[in-house]
Write a protein that binds this ligand. Structure first.
Ligand SMILES: C[S@@+](CC[C@H](N)C(=O)[O-])C[C@H]1O[C@@H](n2cnc3c(N)ncnc32)[C@H](O)[C@@H]1O
Length: 280
């Protein structure tokens, strides 16, 4: 993120493309030609080791962004990463790809301190049998049914020490949350619906997260006047909510087709603060 100076961002809130989730395969393959080659290799050799290499390469791709996030955050800045694990049948084998634990390991190596994370509990989908839609006839017989993934993670990290503020800083005091907000937001499980059925084609295509998630995280971990970064803007939920809450916003998006709608979505809200969208 060469356009962003070291130590100039107070908060990062994002949801990247999820490794090993099919809808993001092309994004990873076009972002890194090595990943496209590895998928070809898997077709040829059908080896579990190649599956592992693909998974590693997808996380290497994301890791560059976590490293840059560390650089641009201020001392005491917070990074919030919404990520889901993936289940997938490859080479005839059904397995879990635990994206959340891989990202924690990578971020700790970069230098971040891991903080207690949030589980976003989505409305339950049907349990799966052998990775397929329903439990079918033998769904009540042990031991070959799988637990359904109905939670995503909101991982939380801090760079360096606690942020320091002047005594009675009016921006900080003016950003206080209420007691009921504190009790609800700082508990570990958030039971929230996904984006609405009525969400736009753009929001579905980018797997947008609910505005409520961005709103809570921004109010929990930044104060008025701060700058909030989203390195994977998608439909621009983070930028829109940051600006509605008197924060500035900066972000990146590689899919150029999203830009006109993304810009319109942000402008439609008659937001006056700064937003800077940088194309990769
Ligand atoms: C899960 S979506 C983000 C959804 C977003 N939180 C929202 O509410 O709309 C991930 C986005 O990252 C974008 N993307 C993928 N690789 C990228 C990269 N290297 N730099 C910037 N954006 C990237 C994709 O095009 C996609 O729009």
């Amino acid at each position: 993120m060469p356009e962003i100076s070291d130590g100039s961002v107070q908060l990062m809130v994002t949801s990247p493309p999820y490794p090993m989730i099919e809808m993001w395969d092309n994004v990873f393959a076009s972002g890194d030609p090595k990943i496209a080659k590895l998928w070809q290799k898997l077709e040829d050799d059908g080896q579990d080791g190649t599956v592992r290499q693909i998974y590693d390469a997808m996380h290497d791709y994301l890791s560059q962004v976590w490293g840059e996030t560390y650089r641009v955050l201020v001392d005491g800045g917070i990074a919030c990463i919404n990520i889901g694990d993936a289940t997938r049948r490859l080479n005839g084998k059904f397995q879990l790809f635990p994206n959340h634990s891989r990202i924690i390991e990578v971020c700790e190596k970069i230098g971040f301190t891991t903080l207690p994370y949030i589980l976003w509990k989505k409305p339950t989908t049907k349990p799966k049998y052998k990775g397929k839609g329903a439990f079918l006839g033998s769904g009540f017989l042990p031991p070959n049914a799988y637990v359904t993934l109905d939670c995503e993670f909101i991982l939380l990290f801090r760079k360096g020490n606690l942020r320091k503020f002047p005594v009675h800083d009016p921006d900080r005091y003016g950003s206080a949350f209420t007691k009921s907000q504190r009790d609800e937001w700082f508990s570990q499980i958030w039971a929230l619906k996904g984006t609405k059925q009525t969400s736009s084609e753009l929001e579905r295509r980018t797997a947008a997260y609910p505005e409520e998630i961005a709103e809570r995280l921004i109010k929990m971990f930044s104060i008025k006047g701060d700058t909030v970064l989203d390195p994977f803007l998608g439909s621009g939920t983070t930028a829109k909510i940051a600006m509605q809450n008197e924060r500035s916003s900066v972000g990146y998006e590689t899919d150029q087709n999203l830009l006109p709608t993304l810009t319109k979505r942000i402008k439609n809200d008659k937001i006056v603060n700064n937003v800077q969208i940088i194309r990769r």
